[in-house]
Ligand binder design. Structure first.
Ligand code: SF4
Length: 388
């Protein structure tokens, strides 16, 4: 069989920026391996070659429109087309999953397909937190579960490993993973924004004991999420769960706890207090603030004042900040978490933070913010006149 794979948002030879810039599509790597083992011819039909079966995968929802536009063309090239991925699936009703015989394929096939010299993958899937803006728990469930040992993800070409786990610290296997990383002398990149509320001294000690790095291995850094001012989650009252245990390390005035039926509790964390508390804890184990990068979600449920407050706090603690604009689960931009138009400050705020304009000008004097604000004010006057 001739098998085509189109991993829509994976940057490959096109950008030529070197091996570490290639971020593989793990599902496509497994599909590649499965068909290679079956003796099929497998390739990227970027030049419009005909195939018997075409797999199309996208991680980001903004590629959905491109796929929809290109589909009539691809239908002329392939007898069968299978489309999936986080950016394509509709939640919760239509979630594509790889069949088990493909899911279990050795990750080395991915490394071969993408020509990468580092190991990458998940040791744990799922996430107990269930943030309203996130598709992970909708796709993988509200409980963490192990999917692979570290050993299986190692790329024989290097000792660097990139973990894509969504909530590593909530995983019961976290400490064993760290031990293995240390014993094998691996460098590790915990690639996703970690849940800082779960950190305990034991986590901090474990993290400090390994060589944690960024994706490219060029810097020592850890990523955390600071998505909302108040972070809420439901936790099982189970002494063996790292999540429940971690509550012991958060002072009472930093969270509210409500008892729920079925041996559960609802916990709301005041993140403006919890984040500095956890940074202090990390610092005690030698993990200084400059090594921390915070992904801050904007345009979901925070106001401009809150965004500025979060940013000022993280600046005060000398952390790196990366602002991420909210898109809804269909990839739609310009709306907030309730589907209402996003505040005018959101896009300029992202540019001000990520483009480092904050070094030169206060946000309220930033030209893009002023322009956006003027446009928003004009819209409001126009709306009032229309209404009259
Ligand atoms: S903690 Fe992260 S992975 Fe978990 S639901 Fe929230 S955003 Fe998603």
């Amino acid at each position: 069989m001739r098998i085509g794979i189109l991993d829509i948002d994976t940057k490959k030879e096109k950008n030529g920026r070197g091996l570490h810039e290639k971020f593989p599509n793990i599902a496509c790597g497994k599909i590649y391996g499965y068909h290679k083992m079956n003796g099929d011819e497998v390739f990227h039909p970027w030049n419009g070659q005909k195939v018997d079966r075409l797999y199309i995968s996208t991680i980001f929802s903004w590629s959905r429109k491109l796929i929809e536009r290109s589909l009539p063309h691809w239908e002329t090239l392939a007898d069968e087309i299978l489309i999936g991925g986080s950016g394509w699936d509709a939640y919760p009703g239509n979630v594509t999953k790889l069949p088990p015989e493909i899911e279990l394929v050795d990750p080395n096939w991915s490394y071969e397909l993408y020509g990468i010299d580092y190991g990458i993958g998940f040791t744990v899937r799922g996430c107990h937190v269930g943030c309203g803006f996130c598709m992970v728990w909708r796709k993988e469930g509200l409980k963490e579960y192990r999917v692979s040992p570290i050993e299986k993800l190692i790329n024989p070409k290097s000792n660097h490993i990139v973990l894509l786990n969504n909530n590593s610290f909530a995983d019961v296997g976290f400490f064993e993973d760290v031990e293995e990383i240390r014993e094998r002398k691996l460098t590790v990149n915990w690639n996703q924004a970690n849940d800082i509320t779960i950190l305990t001294p034991k986590h901090a000690e474990a993290i400090a004991s390994v060589d944690f790095r960024n994706f490219n291995r060029t810097e020592k850094t850890l990523h955390f999420a600071f998505d909302q001012m108040i972070k809420t989650k439901i936790i099982e009252k189970d002494e063996n769960s790292p999540t429940y245990n971690s509550l012991k390390y958060i002072p009472a005035d930093m969270m509210k706890v409500h008892e729920l039926p079925d041996n559960k509790i609802k916990v709301s964390f005041d993140m403006m207090k919890v984040v500095p508390e956890k940074m202090r804890m990390l610092a005690e184990y030698g993990i200084r603030k400059r090594k921390l990068t915070f992904y801050t979600l904007i345009g979901y449920d925070t106001t401009m004042e809150e965004d500025l407050e979060r940013f000022a706090l993280l600046q005060q603690y000398d952390c790196n900040v990366y602002a991420m604009m909210f898109r809804d689960l269909t990839g739609k931009i310009g709306v907030d978490g309730r589907g209402k138009p996003q505040s005018a400050h959101v896009k300029p705020f992202r540019d001000w933070v990520n483009g480092k304009a904050f070094r030169n000008v206060p946000f309220k004097e930033f030209d893009r913010y002023r322009k956006a604000q003027q446009e928003a004010d004009q819209m409001t006057i126009f709306d009032i006149e229309q209404a009259i």
